[in-house]
Design a protein around this ligand. Structure first.
Ligand SMILES: Cc1cc2nc3c(=O)[nH]c(=O)nc-3n(C[C@H](O)[C@H](O)[C@H](O)COP(=O)(O)OP(=O)(O)OC[C@H]3O[C@@H](n4cnc5c(N)ncnc54)[C@H](O)[C@@H]3O)c2cc1C
Length: 400
């Protein structure tokens, strides 16, 4: 198997790298570059960088012309790999451009595409994804936020949770139950919601890392015009699945954790003469190589015009676990210094500190470990499915 770029891919990589060299500073620390979710403290910088990328054709690489660059998924992967080597703001636009805008393009009208896509690509408007609820996380179709038709509008009431970036988002894609008399997957509808509309209240959730990247979002009779519906009323589950497919395309492409290189660097500094440490470093290195091969498989499939299948779940499950173990191991290597904040030890270890705090979240976001194992069992190995007794019962007859 040939893992090298094709001649076209190599040309694209060289062009992207040259553009990045001209417009950004190459990273020298080699450490984690931050998490997939941003707290919004770098909004000004992120907006400026996004506008620059849009002018150069690197925003929305896979989004079709005339809105985006109309490139291929493998070009998006190549650009992401190259950008990862540079000091650039990260985490503000990933959900909007990676999930919300592709959903608007696929299921919205021409008027939606004209109104929203360019502004999102240029970074002028930021989007969030309002799916998860206290009662609807892994089992998303159990969500309870309700939408009731009122003339040309819908009135939405309920609560979302873990909504990344809602506190700085301008718009969101919102999944709502509009027909409780139908089984749980059938009575859902997707909308575009204006996050500044009356009745929308965003309450940031502060994490143990001290920052607030995600939120609770409350809806109190929020009026959404029917013209801002994405897809047919009652077809929201299929719209949501298409959003989650684009999420899967992004998964396994790195979480910004400490890398095997970071582990090696730290081990050289703190644990050179310890045979047990050397053995653990070797384990990380070997796992890292295996992960690289797994992601090459996904890349090969993208490069040949296909899409990574459910086997991508294997990649995500292993990568999230390896990232967490690497972060914990790095913290152990730092010894007593590991107990201090990066501000005291030196900013160059900030990545280790952030990764240590955030590693567990990455075992939940984008599919928890257990859900990924279910996917692998059912769709890769062909084992019998989880029992799903509530599948065909009208939602309002289920016990809550
Ligand atoms: C960093 C981060 C960012 C996020 N951003 C967003 C966002 O922007 N928008 C959004 O809508 N959501 C977001 N989420 C929410 C995320 O999608 C949910 O946390 C996830 O789907 C899990 O749902 P839950 O938290 O309700 O856990 P639950 O579904 O309640 O799961 C609890 C535990 O039970 C296990 N479990 C559940 N069902 C099964 C089963 N059938 N078999 C075996 N075990 C099971 C789970 O694996 C888990 O360990 C984010 C989450 C994180 C961590």
């Amino acid at each position: 198997m040939d893992f090298n770029d094709s001649p076209e891919e190599a040309t694209y990589r060289a062009k992207a790298r040259a553009w990045l060299e001209a417009h950004a500073r190459r990273r020298t620390d080699g450490g984690a570059r931050g998490m997939a979710v941003a707290d919004g403290s770098n909004l000004g910088e992120a907006k400026a960088w996004q506008a620059l990328k849009a002018d150069a054709g690197y925003a929305g690489i896979t989004i079709q012309a005339p809105y985006g660059a109309g490139g291929t998924p493998i070009e998006a992967v190549i650009y992401r790999q190259e950008e990862g080597q540079f000091e650039v703001p990260f985490g503000v636009y990933e959900i909007g451009l990676g999930m919300a805008i592709p959903t608007v393009i696929a299921h919205g009208s021409d008027a939606h595409r004209d109104r929203y896509v360019r502004k999102a690509l240029r970074g002028e408007e930021i989007w969030c994804q309002l799916f998860s609820e206290p009662a609807g996380g892994s089992d998303l179709a159990a969500l309870r936020t309700k939408g009731v038709r009122d003339g040309d509008d819908w009135l939405v009431t309920g609560q979302k949770v873990w909504t990344s970036g809602a506190h700085y988002a301008d718009y969101g894609i919102l999944l709502v139950r509009t027909d409780p008399s139908r089984p749980k997957h059938k009575g859902l509808t997707m909308f575009i919601v204006d996050m500044k509309a009356p009745g929308v209240e965003v309450r940031p959730i502060r994490t143990m890392a001290g920052s607030a990247e995600f939120n609770e979002v409350f809806f109190d009779n929020v009026r959404i015009p029917d013209s801002d519906r994405l897809g047919e009323a009652g077809n929201g589950w299929n719209v949501a699945i298409s959003t989650l497919m684009t999420e899967r395309m992004q998964a396994g492409m790195g979480f910004g954790f400490v890398s095997a290189h970071d582990v090696l660097r730290l081990a050289r500094r703190y644990g050179q003469d310890d045979a047990l440490i050397t053995q653990r470093v070797a384990d990380f290195w070997i796992n890292d190589q295996a992960l690289k091969l797994l992601s090459y498989r996904a890349q090969t499939s993208l490069s040949q015009g296909g899409f990574p299948g459910p086997e991508q779940a294997v990649n995500k499950a292993i990568e999230a676990a390896q990232g967490q173990q690497a972060a914990y191991f790095c913290m152990d290597l730092l010894g007593a210094e590991g107990a201090l904040a990066a501000a005291e030890v030196g900013e160059h270890w900030a990545g280790v500190e952030t990764s240590w705090m955030w590693a567990s979240a990455m075992r939940i976001a984008g599919g928890s470990d257990e859900i990924l194992r279910n996917i692998i069992a059912e769709r890769v190995l062909g084992l019998p499915g989880d029992p799903r007794p509530d599948r065909n019962t009208p939602f309002n007859e289920l016990k809550h």
